[in-house]
Unconditional design. Structure first.
Length: 113
């Protein structure tokens, strides 16, 4: 998946993976140790209202949304769903670092995503 002639940013690729997996299996859930119930995408926190008031986050989201739409088409995913997943990624993802503390990726440790 490339946006000619460049590759989309890692966050856009992560959003697309989450959206595609959720679309393919919306009820898919990650099993957790007993007695906890399985966890799905719908269980993750969004802090939607708080992030919707953050002008910098909204500006970043709008940029990522345009790139995402260039990758897969504007009509594939509703912007409200993309924003919800964007918020879930911001709230639930962690930065992966090397032994020197340099960022090397984003981690989201869930089998369902």
């Amino acid at each position: 998946m490339k946006v000619n002639p460049r590759e989309p940013p890692a966050l856009v690729r992560l959003l697309l993976r989450v959206l595609a997996r959720h679309q393919a299996a919306p009820q898919q859930a990650e099993p957790l140790p007993a007695p906890l119930p399985p966890r799905s995408l719908s269980h993750l926190k969004t802090h939607l209202e708080e992030l919707a008031r953050d002008e910098q986050r909204i500006a970043a989201f709008q940029t990522f949304l345009r790139v995402l739409q260039d990758c897969v088409g504007a009509e594939l995913y509703e912007p409200s769903l993309v924003f919800e997943v964007f918020c879930k990624v911001l709230v639930n993802a962690v930065e992966i670092t090397d032994p020197m503390g340099d960022a090397i990726g984003t981690g989201w440790f869930s089998n369902s995503l």
